[in-house]
Design a protein around this ligand. Structure first.
Ligand SMILES: *Cc1c(COP(=O)(O)O)cnc(C)c1O
Length: 361
């Protein structure tokens, strides 16, 4: 018998949504926090152009893409690393600074991939409790141990959608020992961006990495492009662990063009936020709890596990797939990505019918 490494054998497969509708129904996926709009037309044009010379390997230094990110965010291009999704960057960071005998600390409802990447790298994953579905900086600080090597937080959080102010992230960093890497995953950062209040400058300390992605606000989940601001002392090592030529030429061109098309991104963001707030209000009017969101999704809290299950089943009968939260130990919750108005209205109609028939309470 050929055996894998013990930590790999013990690793559970990463839980993705099962994207299947009942026979004859159109699938309405509200399960993966994808954008409610296609990418910018400029991104599509740039990708097409890049495909024309795709007999060549892509730029290993992501030159055009880094220049676009740097110009928009007013940071130096050398501080940026790009990954095949921010998942590749998270995974490389864990292999670089986590690994065997390292304690990796995160929070109760943190992004599930933090744990997967930690365990895949051979490290030990721990979490501290959140308060009202929100990161509690003091609890993180209290839980730090001498063997803690990495602290990772998603802000805004997924699946909670909640956000702590950046000054709390700054305080977390200031009070953590300097030999602990802090990873701040801002996959949904664009949905709550305050230009006067960004934290990219934290990377200058040498012990903090801030991650972003094109998968959410830019509508490019299918292109697989993530990026981050890295201190120079860290980026050289992480880069050794990224695959050479990790991002296809088409994806690099598309994401650079999408970054520069500020008007399009802002329009999509504005539309998403308006629909999200409308949806949350409707959910609350039904008598459910919608956790206040700073993202493109809403965590819905039902009165019981049974009600959440009944709702998920009834939604799926209409083809609507929301994400079950049992894996996050929130079996009484469903997470709904904000999609177009027709799909959101359909979801509200199904939920409303369940209340009227007293199938859920
Ligand atoms: C969606 C998401 C990501 C993005 O991963 P990509 O690999 O860039 O698609 C990262 N972190 C969080 C918290 C997310 O929700």
């Amino acid at each position: 018998m050929i055996e894998p490494q013990a930590h790999v054998a013990a690793l559970a497969a990463y839980p993705l949504a099962e994207l299947k509708a009942p026979p004859g129904k159109r699938l309405v996926s509200l399960a993966q926090n994808e954008s409610c709009m296609p990418p910018s037309p400029k991104a599509l044009a740039a990708a097409g152009k890049a495909m024309a010379t795709s007999q060549l390997y892509p730029d290993p230094d992501w030159t055009e893409l880094r220049a676009a990110i740097a110009a928009v965010h007013d940071i130096a291009p050398e501080t940026i690393l790009c990954g095949a999704g921010s998942m590749e960057l998270i995974s490389a960071l864990m292999r670089c600074y986590g690994g065997p005998s390292a304690d990796v600390l995160s929070t109760q409802y943190a992004y599930a991939f933090f744990k997967t990447a930690t365990v895949a790298a051979g490290g030990d994953y721990r979490w501290v409790e959140e308060r009202d579905f929100t990161i509690n900086v003091d609890a993180i600080l209290e839980a730090v141990r001498p063997d803690t090597r990495v602290v990772c937080v998603a802000n805004p959080g997924n699946p909670t959608g909640t956000r702590i102010p950046n000054h709390e992230i700054v305080r977390l960093r200031a009070e953590l020992p300097e030999d602990i890497l802090l990873v701040v995953d801002e996959a949904y950062g664009e949905f709550s961006d305050d230009p006067a209040d960004h934290i990219f400058a934290l990377a200058e300390r040498g012990d903090t990495v801030i991650l972003r992605t094109f998968s959410k606000a830019y509508g490019l989940a299918g292109a697989r492009v993530g990026w981050g601001v890295f201190p120079s002392a860290i980026s050289g090592h992480v880069r050794k662990l990224l695959h050479p030529n990790n991002i296809s030429a088409a994806s690099q061109a598309a994401s650079a063009a999408a970054m520069l098309d500020r008007g399009y991104m802002r329009a999509v963001r504005g539309e998403t936020i308006a629909r999200r707030d409308h949806f949350s209000q409707q959910v609350i009017a039904l008598g459910l709890n919608a956790i206040p969101s700073s993202t493109n999704f809403v965590l819905i809290e039902f009165s019981s596990v049974n009600s959440a299950k009944t709702a998920a089943d009834a939604l799926l009968e209409e083809g609507v797939l929301m994400r079950g939260m049992a894996g996050y130990d929130l079996p009484h919750c469903l997470r709904a990505t904000i999609s177009n108005a027709v799909d959101m209205d359909l979801s509200i109609r199904v939920l409303s019918r369940l209340f009227e028939s007293r199938s859920i309470r």
